[in-house]
Write a protein that binds this ligand. Structure first.
Ligand code: FMN
Length: 198
């Protein structure tokens, strides 16, 4: 039987942080996307999200969203959430219990907005709040910008709806699948490593 030590777990953790950092810019890395689950009064809701940034200490990830969207409203009323990543090639799952913080109209949202390309800015210029029901199809970006990007000056109106969500990872569960015995462990916010039954 193979022997797995805590040193091995720390190596896996460090390697996965590197993969996450790569996933910020590398769209072919499965960690470029993750699934975020939030709580409403009645349900749990999950959706796909693009990973935009990562802080190592304390461990946190960032994504962009429309301030009017249900996910942002849900996180404002209950900031506890869960995130899930899966790399099917390497057979690794990351699952985390998290706390979200909404950056709206502050230094952080401004800094990211300035770097947001015009093509992405138009996603925040829709007249409807995301996820509301419509009587008929509408792309929810200004029709004049369906096939071209807005002028920079016009695009600034999107900032009214732009948020950067910071998700602090309090507890990370790492599962690595192997034919000769899966490896699973937990990393808490103080970077304590605990073996977990796979
Ligand atoms: C590949 C992919 C990436 C997405 N990335 C984001 C994202 O980074 N931020 C976001 O707010 N919504 C993103 N979405 C849309 C959400 O999954 C969701 O459908 C939408 O934001 C409405 O979510 P809500 O009603 O739960 O707020 C993405 C969808 C897909 C399919």
């Amino acid at each position: 039987m193979k022997k797995i030590s805590k040193i091995h777990l720390k190596k896996i953790f460090k390697r996965e942080i590197k993969f996450l950092i790569n996933g910020i810019t590398d769209i072919s890395n499965p960690y470029h996307f993750f699934y975020l689950s939030t709580k409403t009064k009645k349900n749990i809701v999950s959706r796909t999200i693009v990973l935009r940034n990562l802080d190592e200490n304390p461990l946190a990830i960032y994504f962009n969203a429309d301030y009017r969207s249900p996910k942002v409203k849900q996180l404002i009323s209950n900031n506890l959430c869960s995130v899930l990543f899966y790399d099917n090639k390497r057979k690794i799952q990351l699952r985390a219990n998290c706390e979200a913080f909404i950056n709206y109209n502050n230094n952080i949202s401004k800094k990211i907005w300035i770097k947001t390309p015009l093509q992405s800015r138009k996603c925040y210029m829709g007249k409807y709040a995301p996820s509301i029901n419509l009587k008929e199809w509408h792309p929810n970006i200004p029709i004049e910008y369906l096939k071209k990007d807005p002028q920079k000056k016009d695009s600034e109106s999107g900032y009214d709806n732009f948020t950067v969500v910071k998700i602090i990872i309090n507890n990370l569960d790492i599962l690595e699948l192997h034919h000769d015995g899966h490896i699973r462990f937990n990393v808490d916010s103080d970077k304590n490593f605990t073996f977990v039954a796979p």
